[in-house]
Write a protein that binds this ligand. Structure first.
Ligand SMILES: C[S@@+](CC[C@H](N)C(=O)[O-])C[C@H]1O[C@@H](n2cnc3c(N)ncnc32)[C@H](O)[C@@H]1O
Length: 424
């Protein structure tokens, strides 16, 4: 007679593909729970599992991998704040809904809150829901008291600003905690997050790898149901290949593992000489460029980007201009970075150098991963116009990410001076 099939039970309970953890991890968890139930016989334990939902949850708790830490894959949080700022600036009445699924013990959703607060986003303009199948993890997230293991990045400056320390642990401030609502739940449960509407930004990182192909496809279908039309979905570094390219496209943020819905109407194919400038929306008052970052924190350049309405690739300063630059921008908007760069270069050749053109080309190079070229281009823009706020903000962020805190600080000082001159 075949032995009890715990793997099928676990797949049904949480989508787990037992081979992702290895047979010994599952066997250890079963032995541990069988002992806790004081059942000598493995068949008896199997029967208990099939008839006792609480014991099934206890086994789930024993097999989950709640591994997480603050600002895990940091670039994702830079992209998240930037995308959020773009959405909010495009619609001044909008309130964003974000989801961390799974959130494990809360480090991820609290990092999302910190990223947005540091970007200068008003806490009234976003809410974060955070869910996980593990009761233990959700209880820990609600307690929100973290040890050293939760802080694995070299740069812990955020901890000084947003946490209270006590007894070798750190607790996020109320301002951070108030941004997040936790709930326990299985993402495969029928009607998971019922009546909650769609989300603008979803982080579903480092869980798809624990599911088999069929459950991965089901999970992705659920995520697509939950994701709003202009939303962004973030996955883990080893999960990007699982996403359907006919539905989702890269958001072109190096190392952020972020995706947007496939654009419904691509521009016509660009050949040889660039076609007439595509019709682009004129800048809305909210998206009109404003100078300066105003904030003095380590992540102030994000605030600058938010206030300046700078999207992942696009400088709004150049939005709507009737030139090859508008084409460069439209192409960059679609993630067609090589063509966008060619359009900018052609514009520079034919119309002469401008700060806007250098800045846009810098953003395109940065999105393509060439940070050195991006820095040179931002500096060229500043050579032409030392008050070019977008170039100051982008170069500051770039220097900060390259570890040049002093250089970034000096640029932000220049931005703040622009702010105060404008406000005077
Ligand atoms: C490795 S953690 C990832 C946490 C966080 N997203 C990160 O990237 O740091 C995986 C989490 O997935 C949760 N999980 C596993 N299966 C789940 C399911 N079916 N529904 C909801 N959460 C699940 C586990 O409880 C665990 O906390």
């Amino acid at each position: 007679m075949a032995g009890p099939d715990f793997e099928v039970l676990l797949k049904g309970a949480m989508g787990l593909d037992a081979s992702s953890l290895g047979p010994s991890a599952i066997a250890r968890a079963i032995a541990q729970r069988q002992q806790a139930c004081q059942l000598a016989d493995v068949h008896a334990y199997y029967l208990r599992l099939t008839s006792d939902a609480a014991e099934m949850q206890a086994l789930v708790e024993a097999v989950v991998v709640p591994e997480t830490w603050f600002f895990r894959d940091r670039e994702a949080f830079v992209a998240l704040a930037d995308i959020a700022a773009g959405l909010l600036l495009a619609d001044p009445m909008r309130k964003l809904r974000l989801l961390s699924l799974p959130c494990a013990s809360g480090e991820e959703p609290y990092s999302m809150a910190i990223a947005l607060l540091d970007a200068g986003v008003d806490p009234q303009r976003f809410r974060i829901d955070a869910a996980d199948i593990s009761h233990v993890a959700i209880d820990a997230a609600r307690r929100a008291s973290y040890g050293l293991n939760s802080f694995r990045n070299a740069d812990l400056e955020f901890r000084d600003r947003h946490f209270r320390a006590s007894g070798g642990k750190w607790q996020p401030s109320d301002a951070v905690r108030d941004c997040v609502d936790f709930l326990q739940g299985n993402l495969f449960a029928p009607g998971f997050l019922p009546g909650q509407g769609q989300y603008d930004i979803i982080l579903c990182r480092n869980v798809l790898i624990y599911f088999g192909a069929d459950m991965q496809a089901e999970a992705i279908a659920i995520l697509l149901r939950l994701l709003g039309p202009d939303g962004a979905l973030f996955v883990g570094p080893s999960e990007t290949g699982l996403l359907p390219r006919q539905k989702l496209v890269s958001a072109h943020w190096p190392m952020a593992f972020a995706f947007r819905r496939q654009a419904p109407k691509p521009l016509g194919k660009v050949t040889g000489k660039f076609p007439a400038t595509p019709a682009l929306p004129a800048p809305t008052p909210a998206a009109a460029p404003r100078r300066g970052t105003g904030a003095g924190s380590g992540r102030a350049s994000l605030a600058g980007r938010a206030r300046a309405g700078v999207g992942p690739v696009i400088a709004p300063a150049v939005r709507g201009k009737a030139s090859g630059l508008a084409l460069g921008q439209a192409l960059a908007d679609q993630g067609r970075l090589a063509e966008a760069a060619s359009a900018c270069e052609q514009h520079l050749r034919e119309d002469g150098p401008t700060s806007d053109a250098y800045c846009l080309l810098g953003l395109i190079r940065e999105a393509a991963g060439d940070k050195a070229a991006a820095a040179v281009l931002f500096r060229k823009a500043l050579y032409l116009d030392p008050r070019h706020a977008e170039s100051l903000a982008h170069l500051a962020l770039l220097l900060e990410r390259q570890g040049d805190a002093h250089g970034a600080h000096l640029l932000r000082k220049r931005l703040r001076r622009l702010d105060s001159v404008e406000e005077a």
